[in-house]
Design a protein around this ligand. Structure first.
Ligand code: KG4
Ligand code: ZN
Length: 368
């Protein structure tokens, strides 16, 4: 093993070499993402050109359980990680020798899932003798906006709305995130998925619920907007979820005892739930901008693919004179392209060592 490569950020030799690479020629980065239930890899240049991107979804494996089963996810990553990496190198027409660095999402996420990506990345970094860079998955969701915008977007308020997280950050730079607030119970995507399941839609039901909502009456049911008028930058979706359950089955009664819903009732429930969730998300996004004085809001994560949310947020921000950048649809849900954030770490000399570990929980200190 070439220990020089892995001596870490204090190693001036490695940092200088990384900078020289950057100045001398176009760098190609292999990024790996396996934080939850997508196995993904991408090849991206330091000009943020996407040479290849592959995402292997596991939706069909978890559908029977109405949610991600961590052990099934980890085993599926194990099966898929090498074919996904091989496939992305082929698509990017990039032989291993042309890869200059390897990035991997190490936090936050499911421990078993994170470990598979990390071990793959470490092995390749060691085998190919290339620098290894740790990526924070939530920072990467916001960085999807930077890649799409093709210009600097920092400082800004970063808003990650996904199946696992609903968090607001004051982003001073691509790598300096201060948590402003987040959900105190379910994530927004989790609530979309649970309500979708109540309406008989298969997991993950967020996008299907949104399609059903298009045919429904948003004002039919007046569901609560938890914490919307609260001064804290916090979200709560658990009570909203229960309100939908009560609307279907009656207070305190099991869903199984409910009369079958008509198509109109299903669509109205979907539309009314979505409107309540979107009200909370839009309200808190604006509140975060007001409280930080930021005039730019950058949004990523699976729920940011929701058309009603995109429309409402853009309209509200326009009215308030706040610039909105929402990740393009294909980079909202988990992908490895957003791992191009690693170029920022590389420029800052933040190169990981081979003893790099995962951090499954939420942390906001720099990693790697
Ligand atoms: O970012 P992501 O792929 O995974 C996490 O990091 O959690 O987000 C997945 C979540 C799922 O809950 C999915 O139902 C939700 O994003 N989602 C949507 C839509 N598309 C995906 N929720 C609402 N509307 C959509 N169009
Ligand atoms: Zn995610």
């Amino acid at each position: 093993m070439n220990s020089r490569i892995f001596r870490g950020r204090s190693d001036r030799g490695v940092s200088e070499r990384a900078v020289r690479w950057h100045e001398g020629k176009t760098m190609r980065l292999l990024t790996i993402e396996s934080t939850c239930d997508e196995t993904a890899a991408a090849v991206v240049t330091d000009q943020l050109e996407i040479l290849g991107s592959v995402v292997a979804s596991q939706d069909e494996l978890h559908a029977a359980y109405d949610g991600v089963v961590p052990e099934i996810a980890a085993r599926a990553h194990l099966d898929r990680i090498l074919p996904v990496i091989q496939s992305v190198l082929q698509r990017a027409d990039t032989p291993a020798e042309r890869i200059d660095a390897i990035a991997v999402a190490t936090a936050p996420g499911l421990a078993g899932s994170l470990l598979i990506g990390l071990v793959a990345a470490k092995t390749l970094a060691w085998l190919w003798n290339r620098p290894l860079i740790a990526v924070d998955h939530l920072q990467a969701h916001v960085y999807a906006c930077r890649i799409a915008a093709q210009r600097d977007i920092f400082p800004c308020v970063g808003f990650v709305v996904s199946g696992g997280h609903t968090h607001l950050f004051h982003c001073r730079s691509a790598l300096e995130f201060e948590t402003l607030g987040g959900t105190i119970d379910d994530a927004a995507g989790e609530a979309f998925d649970k309500v979708a399941a109540m309406l008989g839609l298969p997991y993950p039901g967020g996008a299907r619920l949104a399609a059903l909502a298009d045919r429904g009456d948003r004002a039919k049911y007046r569901f609560p907007r938890p914490l919307l008028d609260d001064s804290r930058l916090a979200f709560s979706f658990s009570g909203l979820k229960t309100a939908v359950r009560y609307a279907i089955a009656g207070p305190g009664r099991p869903l199984e005892s409910a009369e079958p819903l008509t198509e109109t009732a299903r669509a109205d429930l979907a539309a009314s739930f979505q409107e309540a969730a979107v009200d909370c998300l839009v309200g808190k996004g604006l509140q975060a901008c007001r409280s930080t004085g930021m005039r730019r809001l950058c949004v990523g994560g699976g729920v940011a693919a929701n058309r009603r949310f995109r429309e409402r947020l853009t309209a509200a921000c326009d009215e308030a004179g706040i610039e909105t950048i929402i990740a393009p649809l294909e980079w909202c849900t988990d992908n490895a392209v957003m791992g191009a954030l690693a170029f920022e770490s590389l420029r800052a000399g933040r190169i990981a060592q081979l003893d790099l570990d995962i951090v499954p929980g939420l942390v906001r200190q720099p990693i790697g």
